[in-house]
Ligand binder design. Structure first.
Ligand SMILES: *[C@@H]1O[C@H](CO)[C@@H](O)[C@H](O)[C@H]1NC(C)=O
Ligand SMILES: *[C@@H]1O[C@H](CO)[C@@H](O)[C@H](O)[C@H]1NC(C)=O
Ligand SMILES: *[C@@H]1O[C@H](CO)[C@@H](O)[C@H](O)[C@H]1NC(C)=O
Length: 940
C-alpha cells in the first residue's frame, strides 16, 4: 500500500470523526429508536436533518468515527420498545437504558462484540430472546434486574452467556429466571458480583463455584421452593464480602471452615433449613451483619464478634450468648450430629433439659436423668455416636428400624445401667463390642452382622425440596417390624415438618419488609425517579413532582358521598388479563393529610403494619380517616408494586365488610393511603389485650357476629366478579371494628390477584406466622383455601381468646391451630378451652360446638378438605338466625342496617356515569341502573 493511499484513508477517517458524518445505518437505527417511543420528546433530539454524531452530538449519544458507541438515557422516563435491529449498532460499547419504561420484546444483542456495559435494569421489557447473549464477547457488566421477562413461564439463562468470559458483574434479580444456576458462572475468572435474587431458581450452588473469586453473591428469596443443598462451597470462595442466601431451602450445617472468609462483611442465612451448631469460625468473624434467623440451629448461642447479629427462631438450648448447654443436652446434640440432624427431631429437641418438654423419644427417671431413648422406625440415617456414653443413667436404647451404619461404639459398653440396646433392622458393621452380662444387644436384621437377615434396603429417595413432604410415615413402612406403641414416638411427620417450616417463616415476613424498605431507601438515594407506570395501574401523569397539587374534590365526594360524576375518571379496561384502572382521581394532597394528622404526630399513631405506620386523622369536614404511611418512595419497584396493588385492589373492592380506601398520595419520598377510620381498632386488641387496654371483653354473640362479617368480607374477595382476590394475611390484627363492633377486613397489601385460569398461584411467601396454612408455608402455592385456613385460626382465637401463636405458651399449645387439631373431637376439652372471659353458659355450648367444628373444618391440613367461604357464611348465618329471636337488640348482626356498598368502585362509577346521575348518593342503596349481576355474592 502506498503512503499516499494510507494518508487518504486516514484523512477520510479523521474527516468523519471531526465533521461527524454518522454512519447511515446507525442513523437509521437511532431514528427507528426515536420513532418507536411514545414520548420521544424527552430525548430532546433535534430534527432529522441534524447529524446524531454532531457536532454537536445529540443529547445522550456518543460517537467515535461516525459510529455510535454509547447511548445514555438512564432515568429519562422513556416509554416504548427498542427497534428489533438494535444489534446493528455494532460499535456500541456502553449502553445505559436503566430506569425507564422500555417495554415490549427486548431485541437480541447478538453480535454486539464491542459491548462492555449494558444497563437495562428497571424497565418493563416483556421478553428476552434466547439468542440475546450470543457473541457478547467483551461484555463486563450486564444489569437486567427488575424486568418482567417471559413472565408466564420464566426463562433460563442461555448457555451462550458462557462465552462472555470477561464478565465482571451480572445482575438479574427479580426477572423471572427459572431452572438452575448455570455452571459457567463458576468458571468466570473476573466475575465479581452475581446477583440473582428474587427469581425462581432451584437446584444447588454449582460445584464449579468452588474457589471462585466472587465478591458478592446474592441468591436470596427464590420463589417456588428455592435453592437447596449444602452451603459448604461458600467457605471456599475466599474473597466474598457479601453473601445473601436467605429465603431458600438450603440444608446441612454451616461449614466449619467458614472462618476462612476473612473479607466477609455481610452474611444472610436466614429462612433456610440449616441445622447444627454454630461453628466457632463463624462466631469469630467480625462481620457488619449476620442473620441466622429462622433456621434450625441448635446448641449454645456463641458470643458473636459481628456488629449486628440476629439468630431468632432457632432451636438453641440456651438463649444467652456464651451460655452452655446442659451436659445431657450436649451429649444428645452430639448424638444428633452423627444422625445428620434429622429435621423431625430437631424441632422437638429444644430447650436445655431433655426431661422437660417434648423431647421426642426421650424418657427420664425420677432424678431427671435420661433413661430411655426410643427412636425406632424414624428413618434415621447416619452413625451411632459414642456421646451416648455420657448419659450414664441410660437403661434402654431403641434404634431399631432405621438406616444406621458404621460400628457400634465401644464406649457404649461403659454404660453401667444399660440393659437393652436394640439395633435390629439397621446396617451396622462388625465388630460388635462386648457388653457386660445382663445387657441385651439386638442386632438381628443387620445384614453384615446377621447373615439370616434380608438384604439391606437403603433409605427411600427423598422428595425434592420443592415438593411438599409426603403424607405417610416416610420410613417406618420399610421393614414392617415397627410397633409404634411407645407414646413418645414420633409418628406425625407431616405436622412436624410443617411446624418447622412455619417457624422458619415467623420473623421472615417482617424481615422481608424491613429489607424492602432498607433497599428502597438505599435506592432512593441513588436516583430520584418518577413513579413508573405499572401494568396494574397507570399512575397519574401529572403526579410526580407536584406535592401540593390539590385534588380534594374526590375525597369530599367520597367522604360525604356527593357523587360528582365529572370528577371521576375511572376507565376499567381489560388488557392481557390485567385490569388497568386509572386511579388518578383518588389523589390526596399531602398537605391536607399532614393537617389532618397533626403533621403525623406521635399521638396520632394508631398502629404499625408491614407497610408502615398508621395514623388517625380528621379532615376539615370532620371525616375521620386512618392514614397508612411509608417513607419509602415509589422508586422501589417492590414497595411501589405493593402500593399499587393495594390501590388497585382497594379501589376495585368495595364491600361493607372490607375497609374502604378513600384516596392516596404519593410525594417525592412517601406514600400514603387514606382509609376510613375504624373507631374500635383491631379485633386483636379486644381479644388479647382487653385487660391492659381497659376494654370490655367481647361477648359470644359479638364474636359470632364478627366472624360472620369477616366471612362475608372474605367471601366477597374470593368471588369478586370474574376475579378472585386472595387476602393472604387474614388475622385478627387485620380485622377492624367500628363503633358497633361490626367488623371489616383490612390490609390488602398482600393480596394477590388470581386469574380465573390459574386457581393456584405460586407466590413469594407472605402472611403471618400462626395463620399460615401448611401447604402455603411449604410450597408457596396460594389458593383461596389459604384464607380459609387463616379464617379458621381467627375462629379459634375468637373461641379461646388465645393468639394464633404465642411463644410463651407451652410447646403443645404454642401454635393454636396445631394444638386444636389434637383436641377438636373432644367436647369436654373444647369447652375447657373456651375463653374464660366469655363466661360461657350451658346455653351457648351448642353454638360453641358449631363454631369449633367450623374452625376445625377450615383449618383442615389438606386444603381440599377445607370448605369455601360461602359455607362458612352459611353456617354462621344459621347460627345467628337461631338465637336472633331471643336477642332483644334486633339490629344486632343484621346486615341490612348498613348500606350496600358492595359494588366495585369502578362499577359504581360507571353506573353513575352512564346515568349521568349527579344526585346525592347517600351510599345507602344500590345505584340506579346497575344490573343485578354486579351485586356481590354477599347480597343474597
Ligand atoms: C422468552 O419468550 C420469548 C417469546 O415467548 C421466546 O421467544 C424466548 O425464547 C424466551 N426467552 C428465553 C431466554 O427463553
Ligand atoms: C460490580 O459490582 C460491584 C458490587 O456491586 C461494584 O462495587 C462494582 O463497582 C461493579 N463493577 C463494575 C465494573 O461495574
Ligand atoms: C428389638 O426390635 C425388634 C424390631 O422392632 C423387635 O422385634 C424385638 O422384639 C426387639 N427386641 C427387644 C428385646 O426389645
Amino acid at each position: 500500500m502506498k503512503l499516499t493511499h494510507i494518508f487518504a484513508v486516514l484523512l477520510i477517517y479523521l474527516a468523519q470523526g471531526a465533521i461527524g458524518t454518522t454512519d447511515p445505518n446507525d442513523f437509521r437505527i437511532l431514528t427507528d429508536f426515536r420513532n418507536g417511543l411514545e414520548n420521544p420528546d424527552l430525548l430532546k433530539w433535534p430534527g432529522s436533518g441534524d447529524d446524531p454524531c454532531g457536532p454537536p452530538a445529540w443529547p445522550h449519544v456518543f460517537c467515535s468515527n461516525g459510529r455510535v458507541t454509547q447511548i445514555q438515557v438512564q432515568g429519562v422516563g422513556l416509554k416504548g420498545p427498542l427497534p428489533h435491529n438494535f444489534n446493528q449498532l455494532d460499535k456500541l460499547q456502553n449502553l445505559g437504558l436503566q430506569r425507564n419504561h422500555f417495554n415490549g420484546d427486548l431485541p437480541s444483542f447478538s453480535g454486539l462484540s464491542n459491548l462492555q456495559y449494558a444497563y437495562l435494569d428497571y424497565n418493563d421489557f416483556d421478553t428476552i430472546p434466547s439468542d440475546f447473549f450470543n457473541g457478547l464477547r467483551n461484555v463486563r457488566v450486564l444489569a437486567l434486574d427488575d424486568n418482567p421477562f417471559n413472565k408466564t413461564y420464566g426463562w433460563s439463562i442461555p448457555s451462550d452467556l458462557a462465552e462472555s468470559t470477561q464478565l465482571v458483574n451480572f445482575s438479574c434479580s427479580n426477572c423471572n429466571i427459572v431452572g438452575e444456576i448455570p455452571d459457567f458462572f463458576g468458571g468466570f475468572r473476573s466475575l465479581n458480583m452475581l446477583r440473582l435474587s428474587s427469581n425462581k431458581l432451584s437446584g444447588e450452588i454449582p460445584s464449579s463455584f468452588r474457589g471462585s473469586t466472587l465478591h458478592v453473591l446474592l441468591l436470596n428469596d427464590q420463589e417456588g421452593g428455592g435453592l437447596s443443598g449444602s452451603i459448604d462451597i461458600i467457605a471456599t470462595m475466599l474473597e466474598l464480602t457479601q453473601v445473601w442466601l436467605h429465603g431458600n431451602q438450603f440444608t446441612g450445617s454451616i461449614p466449619g471452615n467458614i472462618g476462612s472468609l476473612t473479607s466477609l462483611k455481610e452474611l444472610n442465612l436466614n429462612r433456610n433449613r440449616l441445622v447444627g451448631l454454630i461453628p466457632k469460625g463463624l462466631s469469630d468473624l467480625n462481620l457488619e451483619s449476620l442473620n441466622l434467623d429462622n433456621n434450625m440451629f441448635m446448641g449454645p448461642v456463641p458470643q458473636f464478634k459481628s456488629a449486628k447479629v440476629s439468630y431468632d427462631s432457632n432451636s438453641f438450648c440456651e438463649s444467652n450468648p456464651g451460655g452452655q448447654c446442659a451436659p445431657q443436652v450436649s451429649a444428645l446434640l452430639d448424638f444428633l450430629h452423627d444422625l445428620n440432624y434429622p429435621e423431625k427431631l430437631i424441632s422437638r429437641w429444644t430447650g436445655n433439659d431433655p426431661c422437660e418438654g417434648p423431647w421426642w423419644g426421650i424418657s427420664c427417671n425420677s432424678k431427671n436423668e435420661v433413661s430411655i431413648i426410643n427412636l425406632k422406625n424414624l428413618g434415621l440415617e447416619g452413625t451411632l455416636s459414642p456421646s451416648l456414653a455420657d448419659l450414664p443413667s441410660l437403661l434402654e436404647i431403641h434404634l431399631e428400624g432405621n438406616y444406621l451404619h458404621g460400628v457400634v461404639p465401644t464406649d457404649l459398653t461403659l454404660l453401667t445401667s444399660l440393659r437393652l440396646l436394640n439395633l435390629s433392622g439397621n446396617n451396622f458393621d462388625p465388630p460388635v463390642p462386648v457388653f457386660k452380662n445382663g445387657v441385651t444387644v439386638v442386632v438381628s436384621g443387620n445384614p453384615k452382622l446377621d447373615p439370616s437377615s434380608p438384604p439391606y434396603v437403603g433409605p427411600p429417595v427423598r422428595p425434592s425440596p420443592n415438593e411438599p413432604p409426603s403424607n405417610g410415615a416416610d420410613s417406618s413402612a420399610r421393614k414392617g417390624s415397627g410397633s409404634n406403641s411407645h407414646t413418645n414416638v414420633y409418628n406425625e411427620p407431616k405436622s412436624r415438618v410443617v411446624a418447622i417450616i412455619l417457624s422458619a417463616v415467623a420473623v421472615s415476613a417482617f424481615l422481608a419488609v424491613v429489607l424492602i424498605v432498607v433497599y428502597c431507601l438505599k435506592k432512593r438515594k441513588q436516583t430520584q425517579k418518577k413513579p413508573r407506570g405499572g401494568i396494574v395501574i397507570t399512575p397519574p401523569k401529572e403526579l410526580p413532582n407536584s406535592h401540593n397539587e390539590v385534588k380534594i374534590e374526590i375525597i369530599d365526594a367520597l367522604s360525604s358521598f356527593e357523587a360528582q360524576n365529572n370528577s371521576y375518571n375511572t376507565n376499567p379496561t381489560t388488557n392481557n388479563n390485567t385490569r388497568v384502572i386509572e386511579v388518578e382521581n383518588l389523589v390526596f394532597s399531602i398537605d391536607v393529610i399532614r393537617k389532618a394528622t397533626n403533621d403525623f404526630r406521635k399521638e396520632n399513631e394508631i398502629g404499625r403494619g408491614g407497610f408502615g405506620v398508621v395514623y388517625k386523622g380528621e379532615l376539615e369536614n370532620g371525616t375521620k380517616i386512618a392514614v397508612k404511611r411509608t417513607e419509602a418512595g415509589p422508586v422501589c419497584n417492590k414497595a411501589s408494586n405493593e402500593f399499587r396493588t393495594e390501590i388497585s385492589v382497594l379501589s376495585e373492592v368495595r364491600h361493607r365488610h372490607l375497609v374502604s380506601l378513600l384516596g392516596y398520595s404519593v410525594g417525592g419520598n412517601e406514600m400514603l393511603l387514606v382509609y376510613e377510620y375504624m373507631s374500635q381498632g383491631a379485633l386483636s386488641r379486644h381479644l388479647f389485650h382487653w385487660r391492659r387496654l381497659n376494654l370490655e371483653p367481647l361477648d359470644w354473640e359479638k364474636r359470632v357476629c364478627i366472624a360472620l362479617d369477616v366471612a362475608r368480607g372474605v367471601e366477597y374477595l374470593h368471588n369478586l366478579g370474574h376475579q378472585t382476590f386472595i387476602h393472604r394475611d387474614l388475622k385478627s390484627a387485620n380485622i377492624l371494628l367500628d363503633d358497633d363492633f361490626r367488623a371489616k377486613v383490612s390490609d390488602f397489601g398482600l393480596v394477590k390477584l388470581a386469574l380465573d385460569s390459574e386457581r393456584s398461584v405460586a407466590t413469594r411467601l407472605a402472611g403471618t406466622f400462626g395463620y399460615l396454612s401448611p401447604e402455603y408455608a411449604v410450597t408457596g402455592k396460594i389458593t383461596t383455601k389459604v384464607d380459609v385456613f387463616s379464617f379458621g385460626v381467627v375462629l379459634l382465637e375468637l373461641l379461646t381468646g388465645l393468639a394464633a401463636l404465642d411463644e410463651r405458651r407451652s410447646e403443645e399449645k404454642r401454635y393454636l391451630a396445631e394444638w386444636f387439631w389434637g383436641i377438636k373431637s373432644n367436647r369436654g376439652a373444647l369447652i375447657d378451652s373456651v375463653d374464660p372471659a366469655l363466661d360461657a353458659k350451658e346455653d351457648v355450648h351448642e353454638s360453641i360446638y358449631v363454631v369449633a367444628e367450623l374452625a376445625g373444618h377450615c383449618t383442615a391440613r389438606d386444603p381440599s378438605n377445607r370448605p369455601d367461604m360461602g359455607h362458612a357464611v352459611n353456617v354462621l348465618t344459621r347460627l345467628v338466625e337461631k338465637w336472633k329471636p331471643y336477642e332483644e337488640t334486633e339490629r344486632f348482626c343484621d346486615d341490612d342496617v348498613i348500606g350496600d356498598t358492595s359494588l366495585g368502585l369502578p362499577q359504581l362509577l360507571k353506573g353513575w356515569q352512564e346515568e349521568g346521575d349527579t344526585r346525592d348518593f347517600s351510599g345507602a342503596s344500590k345505584p340506579p341502573g346497575m344490573p343485578d349481576s354486579f351485586r356481590s355474592a354477599d347480597a343474597r
